[in-house]
Design a protein around this ligand. Sequence first.
Ligand code: GRF
Length: 210
Amino acid sequence: MTGRTIALAVLISGNGSNLQAIIDNCERGAIRARVACVVSNDAQAFGLERARRAGIPTRVLPHEGFRERAAFDAALADILDEYDPDLIVLAGFMRVLGPEFVARYPNRIINLHPSLLPKYKGLDTHARALAAGDKTHGASVHFVTADLDGGPLIAQASVAVEPGDTVESLQQKVHEKEHEILPRAIGWIADDRIRVVGGRVLLDGRAVAH
Ligand code: GRF
């Protein structure tokens, strides 16, 4: 992926503030990437509007129309392959993708997760960090493997959990970090600086510090 602009497919389910951060970074030339398409499993997702405003093709694939996960995944792959993306970015995409889908795009799917993985895989991460009395919390970007929220870590950023923090205040702080680390990770991949060796991510040949 050197010497050219990589094509991204961004998958969303909601507000799309992270999609917006990607679009903004692409538009100002901060990363050598372009968003080739945005796919949402929810027709009401505001992120679709963000994409339309930026002139990006959008597709909606409602998961309710599929009885089996594998059928949804296959339909999603058909859509994505129309746009021939170099990288598939899960930016607030609230569906689990099955092993066949993941195997189809090895080391070509990344996910943003609102916790300092391996802590708090799954849902309700902010509430869980608060309930545990954690002093730090944060966000992670990782390659997607069949191991849910368990793939090789590319980037993380932490925030301080302060007295009086709520789920909402913590979410806000984590979001600000997400808007930095997701475009940064995409930029590294676009610049061909990332390798996955033995299940670990190397940046410029060195293990990324977490
Ligand atoms: C982010 O917090 C992400 O970590 C989580 O869903 C949220 C999406 O936010 N998986 P947005 O739609 O990008 O604003």
